[in-house]
Design a protein around this ligand. Structure first.
Ligand code: FEO
Length: 388
């Protein structure tokens, strides 16, 4: 598909992808690769290895392999470099354009002495009617990441940044509509980019000076209609600007912690705080992270088992801590029989993340009675006040 005159999408659609290194991709994904036909013929990024055949067919329809001058590798991760070896077999004359970290990473992955040309940030390369400019975006989300910008076409090829895991037969943002693309862009940010807010802010600053009317990332749909709305969302996410919303995440053994979770939810709703309740038995941690992204108040509950929290809560907190959501208000709760260590442990994790914890954790022995449930509902209403 020609996305700009002389610039073609040549990627592959992974309709069946449902797990992207532990992240549930309910809508599948794409690996977007682009071919620029100018005086020089340039391939930008490749696709995951198992889809190499259809990708090579896309290239071959447009150009002979021995005519390819450059392959730009914006990012080493194998969903974008996995088909590089097979293309290099067919186009051994091609020079690989990448960052210093990119060259190092590609050599570690493929153990090949290909013809590399490393590029500095903000350096440019003329390919005929166009000039490619490379901007390094280290740690968004690997050290090697860079973006490619084509001023003549007002086109940004940012690789992972601004991606979404969506498999669709049409290529543009308005083909799926704002609600779906926003949801998937948020999930992608929450599960992949969230720890790198400072780097994202710097990258957005560096890109802010560029004239852009199309953003073609390496996953999902190409942005052309919703670019201002997308940048507004990225600004909020990168700065940990949340909404006055609450998220209650819990697991339960015999239903007591669940009763507490629902009493808390009732208090929050009474205090007019939009609230989502997520049971760890029924929701995947990657979906819960999408709720974490814009919820100011994060409330986590677990009963105590063997002097600690349930493994489901332990696993969720391990995942969440790695993604480092900041600027949140936390509260922990749970039932216990004896010991009762889980709530304190959850609260400690919240403090490690530097969240505000205005109200100490609450635990109830065995089964909370009606009065205790009313008390915890009232506690939730106080928590609601703390974020208003
Ligand atoms: Fe889409 Fe970092 O790979």
């Amino acid at each position: 598909m020609e996305i700009k005159p002389g610039i073609h999408w040549i990627g592959a659609i992974d309709w069946n992808l449902r797990d992207f290194h532990g992240y549930v991709t309910q809508r599948g994904s794409t690996y977007n690769s682009y071919l620029i036909l100018d005086e020089k013929k340039v391939v930008v990024d490749t696709v995951k290895k198992h889809l190499a055949k259809e990708w090579l067919a896309n290239i071959e329809r447009l150009v002979d392999f021995d005519q390819i001058d450059y392959i730009v590798s914006n990012h080493v991760e194998m969903d974008h470099s996995g088909s590089l070896p097979v293309l290099m077999e067919l186009a051994p004359q091609a020079k690989i354009i990448t960052s210093v970290h990119g060259e190092r990473g590609l050599k570690r992955h493929y153990k090949k002495e290909w013809d590399f040309k490393t590029v500095q940030s903000n350096s440019s390369m003329n390919i005929g009617k166009r000039t490619l400019t490379f901007v390094h975006t280290a740690m968004v989300h690997w050290p090697d990441n860079m973006v490619t910008y084509i001023a003549e076409d007002k086109l940004l090829l940012p690789n992972d940044a601004f991606g979404q895991h969506i498999a669709h037969s049409q290529r543009f943002d308005n083909d799926v509509g704002w609600d779906i693309i926003r949801e998937e862009a948020a999930k992608y940010y929450a599960n992949i980019v969230l720890p790198y807010g400072l780097q994202v802010q710097k990258a957005i600053e560096a890109l802010g000076t560029l004239d852009i009317d199309m953003i073609a990332p390496s996953h999902g749909q190409i942005w052309r209609t919703y670019i201002p709305k997308l940048l507004e969302e990225y600004h909020k996410w990168a700065n940990n600007i949340c909404q006055d919303k609450a998220l209650v995440v819990y697991d339960t053994m015999w239903g007591s912690t669940e009763k507490m979770a629902h009493a808390i939810k009732d208090g929050l709703i009474e205090a007019k705080i939009p609230t989502t309740v997520r049971s760890l038995k029924h929701s995947h941690h990657s979906d819960i992270m999408t709720d974490v992204l814009d919820s100011k108040l994060l409330i986590f509950g677990s009963p105590t088992i063997n002097n600690g929290m349930l493994p489901s809560m332990g696993g969720f907190l391990t995942y969440l801590k790695g993604l480092k959501p900041q600027n949140r208000v936390g509260f922990a709760f749970g039932s216990y029989g004896w010991g009762g260590q889980a709530t304190g442990q959850i609260e400690e994790e919240m403090k490690t993340l530097k969240w505000e914890v205005p109200i100490p954790s609450v635990r109830h022995q065995y089964i909370p009675d009606d009065e205790e449930l009313i008390n915890i509902k009232n506690t939730a209403m106080k928590l609601a006040e703390s974020i208003k």
